[in-house]
Design a binder for this molecule. Structure first.
Ligand SMILES: O=P(O)(O)OC[C@H]1O[C@](O)(COP(=O)(O)O)[C@@H](O)[C@@H]1O
Ligand SMILES: [Mn+2]
Length: 650
């Protein structure tokens, strides 16, 4: 036998030193292969909406409610079922309310514990004992296991069971126990979470979402253009920093930076107040600014204008530094006629809605003033030095990437850039040409270089590449011909605001093109899907998230409040369980408060995208494939023991 093989066999025999231990492991693994496939959830374009996000995580996009229905059927009223569901989502808060109204808490504890244990049993039924054990809270692990496993050798099961429950109540541990059970149910309902990009921007709590994701037991993230923008900012790329601040200002969310990340915006605020003292900055009105005083609003509007102008200048510099990006056309400041307050674009003269540019020198329009330079300098240091932001970005780097292939599904945020004829578009990145998967891979490598490269030039390239990914026509995460930020602020003519999508979006119903993309990423054949976010699905206008007979699922349903008037719903969750693919469309989420008080849930309207003929098992998944390989190796070890090639190690 080859030396290497023998070495491997020896190593394996250290782990499974006897015939008995190797065969037991084979039996265990075989058993796992036959368990139903664990549930995966896919969420996308969360855009800082942490309350809705957290609710969807808690309710498993309706999965917990479905479990309650399965367990109790008609034996429980719909109201009671909803109460039980709310308790599972928000156990502490719900019990605070119940205590105020319930005359007999002891009775309530008994009934509730009984019900929770039943739901718990159902939730755990498809996992191995060892997996369940790992999910159990330390304090209650033993008791929960006693309660959820059938005790064949205990004669009076009911008595045994009741006495455990009574002891829990007598020792005043009922509420803690209820919280523990609820959390286990939540935890095991969603086994794995996929985030298909855009955690950041528009909504108020991306940093809270990141904290939650970091604590989540099993998650992967495909970066969205907004996430990469924040990554670029955290790496100190000035174009990204300016955009991040501008978007926070636009949505009245500067406190994400100030309170959430502790980034000092005072230099920018003072500068904006001075520079635009008498300027109403009407073009820079805020999109969401509830809870602001008039003075606060005034200040934010001025900051919004100040950082936007800085952004246009800084971007001009990046474009000049990187001629390979071919973005000269997007440099617009030098087309402004500052005397007349107009701009010439493609031979046409437009009147500017705002004519006050005290900080732009018409001879050197892209040069920062001394003060602006100083502000950017400080901001750069603040972003680079913010520990929490760096931690969040490190998490994105570790758990994420630009795309993922998982259980026969291809996940990415935006698109695969295509030519008008549907073929893969070739894109030049720092002098070399890439397309399809290779394009994704080179871009991802540059993102990582932007953080980790030792070579200064490569690191700089990596940083600029993050800005490129944010807004470039050839970026798979952006996929539109231009980002019309300048036009949207300064021009009334709507046609100039138009951002034309890459041909990719026209081919979503074209099976040949879709199959080609899937094959490009190593997924030829049946039973594969593309899961895509980024472009809000206008379900109100009759658009369906299910494209190409279910091969493509575009699941950006507008968690972002700003987009709900277009989409008509509050986001989608795709659920992939052992029975197939289900798409849940959520109705707008009012508030956590209402969810607890009124027991209102995100109404999840579910569509079955695909029902499998035979229930999917672990054996059908990526993990299953790995387990099968392990079984093969173990069988080889076993044979080697039996054939005398290797000795047992007892
Ligand atoms: O509506 P807002 O916040 O002004 O943002 C508009 C900009 O956001 C983008 O839609 C990008 O954000 P998304 O990735 O969420 O689509 C740009 O194409 C557009 O210029
Ligand atoms: Mn996006």
């Amino acid at each position: 036998m080859e030396e290497l093989k023998m070495k491997y066999l020896e190593r394996l025999s250290e782990l499974y030193p006897t015939i008995a231990s190797a065969s037991t492991e084979i039996i265990n693994l075989q058993a796992i292969l036959h368990l139903p496939k664990a549930t995966e959830h896919f969420l996308t374009d969360i855009h800082g909406e942490y309350e809705a996000f957290s609710h969807v995580l808690k309710n498993g996009s309706g999965s917990i409610r479905r479990k309650i229905d399965d367990v109790f059927g008609n034996t429980m009223s719909s109201r009671d079922k909803q109460s039980l569901a709310t308790l599972i989502y928000y156990p502490t808060e719900k019990m605070d309310r119940i205590r105020r109204e319930e005359p007999n808490m002891e009775d309530w504890y008994k009934i509730t514990l009984y019900r929770l244990i039943e739901v718990c049993k159902r939730t755990m039924s498809k996992y191995t004992r060892s997996k369940v054990r790992k999910a159990l809270p330390k304090d209650f692990a033993y008791v929960i296991e006693e309660l959820i496993t059938e005790k064949a050798d205990v004669l009076d099961k009911e008595y045994y069971y009741n006495s455990i429950i009574s002891t829990i109540i007598e020792t005043s541990r009922a509420e803690e126990f209820i919280v523990a059970l609820s959390e286990v149910i939540q935890r095991l309902t969603v086994d794995h979470l996929h985030i298909v990009g855009d955690i950041y921007d528009r909504g108020p709590g991306p940093h809270i979402i990141m904290d939650k994701l970091i604590r989540h037991h099993s998650v992967d993230i495909q970066w969205g253009n907004h996430d990469v923008l924040w990554m670029g900012a955290a790496a100190g790329q000035r174009g990204c920093i300016a955009n991040v601040i501008r978007i926070c200002a636009r949505y009245g969310n500067l406190d994400i930076l100030e309170d959430g990340y502790g980034i000092n915006l005072l230099p920018l605020a003072t500068y904006a107040l001075e520079t635009y003292a008498d300027d109403p900055c009407t073009c820079f009105a805020l999109k969401g600014s509830t809870g602001y005083t008039a003075r606060e609003k005034e200040m934010e509007v001025k900051m919004h204008k100040a950082i936007s102008i800085i952004q246009f200048k800084v971007e001009g510099q990046i474009i000049k530094k990187n001629p390979g990006f071919k973005l000269e056309k997007r440099n617009l400041l030098h087309h402004i006629d500052f005397e007349n307050g107009t701009i010439e674009l493609d031979g046409k003269v437009y009147e500017l809605l705002d004519k006050n540019f005290p900080t732009i020198d018409p001879r050197r329009p892209y040069a920062l003033t001394e003060e602006e330079e100083d502000i950017m300098d400080r901001l750069e240091r603040a972003f680079l030095g913010c520990q929490k932001l760096q931690e969040h970005m490190r998490f994105l780097l570790n758990k994420g990437g630009l795309y993922k292939v998982y259980n026969q599904n291809l996940l990415y945020h935006g698109c695969v850039p295509l030519n008008p004829d549907g073929s893969l578009k070739s894109v030049r990145i720092y002098g070399k040409v890439y397309k399809g998967k290779a394009l994704y891979e080179v871009l991802e490598s540059y993102v990582r270089k932007g953080f980790f490269a030792l070579d200064k030039k490569e690191k700089e390239r990596g940083k600029d590449m993050m800005w490129y990914i944010w807004l470039h026509e050839n970026s798979p995460l952006f996929g539109k011909d231009k980002m019309a930020t300048f036009e949207r602020y300064f021009l009334a003519e709507k046609e100039t605001h138009k951002e034309k999508k890459n041909p990719y979006y026209e081919f979503l119903e074209n099976e040949e093109v879709v199959d080609r993309i899937l094959a490009e990423f190593g997924l030829p054949g049946e039973g594969t899907h593309i899961v895509n976010g980024h472009v809000p699905v206008k379900s109100k206008a009759g658009e369906s998230p299910i494209k190409c007979q279910g091969k493509v699922l575009v699941i950006d349903g507008g968690f972002s409040k700003a987009y709900q008037k277009e989409t008509g719903i509050a986001g989608y969750t795709l659920i992939y369980n052992s029975y197939g693919l289900i798409l849940a469309a959520h109705e707008p989420f009012e508030s956590t408060e209402a969810a607890i008080e009124k027991e209102s849930d995100i109404h999840s309207d579910s569509t079955i995208v695909k029902r499998v003929i035979a229930r999917k098992t672990v054996g059908d998944t990526d993990i299953g494939r790995e387990l099968k390989k392990r079984i093969e190796d173990l069988a080889w070890l076993l044979e080697s023991y039996r054939e005398g090639i290797i000795a047992e190690k007892i």
